[in-house]
Design a protein around this ligand. Sequence first.
Ligand SMILES: [Zn+2]
Ligand SMILES: [Zn+2]
Length: 275
Amino acid sequence: MNGQIQVLGCSGGLGSETGSTCIRVGKSVLIDAGTGLSSLRLEAMREIKHVILTHAHMDHIASLPMFLSNMFEDVDHQVQVYALPHTIEKLQNHIFNDEIWPDFTRSMGPCGPVLKLHEIHPGDVLELEGLTFTLFPVDHTIPTVGVSVRGALGIGLSSAGAPEAGAQNPASETWSSCEERAGTDQHFVFTSDTTAGELLNRELNKLGAINVLMIECSFPNEKHELAVHTKHMTPNMVDATLENLKIAPKEVWITHLKPSSETKLRQQLRHHHIL
Ligand SMILES: [Zn+2]
Ligand SMILES: [Zn+2]
C-alpha cells in the first residue's frame, strides 16, 4: 500500500505526546512540517519528495528548514514544497533568506537546489504518488487550506466511531492499525487550523463521503472567545460542524489540542461522544 497515513505530530503546542502538525502520506509525501517531523528517522526522511504546507504558522513549518538541510548533502532528488502565495512569501522573506537559514531554492546540492517552491491555490488538485490531493479553503487568521486525499490510503474501513486511537496517539500505533485496514479507494480529510462556520460546513459537504476526518480542536468551551479571536475550534464548534455534515465521516480524528487544556478538552470531547 503506497498511501498509508502516518500522523507524525498532531499537538497544538510543545510538551505533549507528539510534536506539532506533520502527517506522512505513504513514504514520500508530507502534509505540514511541524516538530512531529523530527520523529522520522534519517532514512525515512530521505524518501520525502513532496511537502504540502497548509499555512505559514510556525507549528506547521518549524521542522522544514532543518529537514531540508538534512537532505542537502545526500539525496538524489529535489524536495517539492507546495504552498499558498502568502506562505511562500513568508518562507522566502523570513526563513530562507540566507540569514535565518540558507536560501535552499538557490543553494546547490548534488542535484541542484534542494528546494523547489510551487504556488498552490484553494481548489487546486495535485496528483502525487498515485494519490489525489485536493486543497480547499478554511477560515483561519492567515490564508490557509485544508487537504483532501483520495486513493489507496489504508484507513477508515472500520466504522468503530471516533477512537482515542485517532490523531492523538503516537504515530507508530496509528501506522500499524492503518496497515491492517488497508483499502483501495478511500478519503482522508485534514481541516488544518480553522474556525467553525459557513465556509467550513460548505467545503466539507462539497467533499462528500469521508472515511477519516481529521479536525482541529484547540481550546475548551470556556475559551470560546479566544477560539473565535484566533480562528480555532472548541468541542462545541466541532460538534456543530459534525452536525452540519450531510454524510457523517466513518471516523473523526481530533488534532491540535493545546497541551495546557488537553485534559479538559478530552473530557468535553467525550461529553459530545466525539472521543
Ligand atoms: Zn495556524
Ligand atoms: Zn497550528
